[in-house]
Design a protein around this ligand. Structure first.
Ligand code: ADP
Length: 317
């Protein structure tokens, strides 16, 4: 099989229905906040990333997911199919479809509690045939032993593996050793790298060929071998940053699956995730490939040299 036939992305991971309430601020422990508008949105890190990969990244995308036999599953499947994602669905009659309870504040902060339900039923034997897959994209909302089993299977099949280590948890060295790309935010890097004193130490400690750290509104940086790439964020008015990281991961891996050089893939992922911050919801906020291309081709809206200088100074690398 030639590389041209191996460009599809398989996302294996979680799918949830998000219950979102807007409020003036996110409640502190023990506090009750009277919220305002309420909506449900298809979400879950895996499903969000699959939609981003297909919809924003334009990649041929498949997803392995586990759902309950309940009504919560329906909008999730509809959203994925709508984005053009080919589904490998495991049905669990005992567990409910995964749900997430999100409080979204007026200053675009969020607090999220996930009830994983059927996502925890995803096991090694559910992995579909890997024929035609070029990249496997994983997260940590499914059992770690399953994530590890999928990574071993992908490595054996010569497939590139990207892991978004979210939600944060310490990772076994054997999993890190299987990865081509690790994507983390600052909090996740701290957990994976064992509370490093600074960013440079954190990046150096993680034994993965390419480590990407997203830095919210500042942008992101990547370490590839000894080289550091910086990509400042696009300047936008953020309304809801839910799924910013997921949009980044999906768009990034879609670009890599199209053999895009890493610096350009970081730029594309930054554009896609910035657009996602301007809209409400998780999958409903993910832009189309055309919208991402329009932002990328608008030189006036690209982060300039001053933004690069500011990011480099902040990173003190
Ligand atoms: P996570 O949601 O996983 O914590 P981040 O908050 O670091 O991830 O966001 C991921 C990416 O989304 C960032 O690297 C950046 O490119 C983009 N992003 C996030 N917040 C903003 C923002 N306020 N303005 C522009 N881009 C943003």
């Amino acid at each position: 099989m030639t590389p041209a036939h191996r460009r599809a992305v398989l996302v294996a991971g979680s799918a949830n229905l998000d219950f979102v309430v807007r409020a003036a601020h996110v409640p502190a422990p023990g506090e009750t906040v009277l919220g305002r508008e309420f909506s449900t949105f298809p979400g879950g890190k895996g499903a969000n990333q699959a939609v981003a990969c297909a919809h924003a990244g334009g990649a041929d995308t498949q997803m392995l997911l586990a759902l309950g036999e309940d009504d919560f599953a329906k909008p999730i499947e509809a959203s994925l199919l709508d984005a053009g994602v080919q589904l490998h669905t495991v049905r669990d009659a005992q567990l409910p479809t995964g749900t997430a309870f999100i409080c979204l504040s007026d200053d675009a902060e969020n607090a999220i509690t996930v009830a994983p339900g059927a996502n925890m039923a995803l096991r090694a034997e559910h992995l579909p045939a890997l024929e035609g897959i070029g990249w496997l994209l994983l997260q940590l909302e499914t059992p770690l032993e399953t994530v590890l089993a999928y990574a071993y299977a992908a490595r054996a099949a010569g497939i590139k593996i990207a892991l978004n280590a979210a939600p944060a948890q310490p990772l076994p060295e054997e999993l890190l050793a299987l990865l081509d790309v690790l994507i983390v935010n600052e909090g996740e890097l701290a957990v994976v790298a064992g509370n490093p004193p600074d960013l440079a130490t954190g990046l150096a400690r993680v034994q993965v060929p390419c480590v990407i750290v997203t830095l919210g509104a500042r942008g992101c940086l990547a370490r590839v071998g000894d080289e550091i790439l910086l990509q400042p964020a696009f300047r936008i008015a953020a309304l809801d940053t839910t799924a910013a990281g997921d949009t980044f991961c999906g768009a990034l891996v879609a670009a890599l699956a199209h053999d895009t050089p890493l610096a350009d893939a970081l730029l594309t992922a930054s554009a896609a995730s910035a657009l996602a911050c301007t809209r409400l919801g998780a999958q409903s906020s993910i832009p189309t490939f055309t919208e991402v291309a329009a932002l990328l081709s608008d030189c006036a809206r690209r982060p300039g040299d001053d933004a690069h200088t500011a990011l480099a100074a902040w990173c003190t690398l």
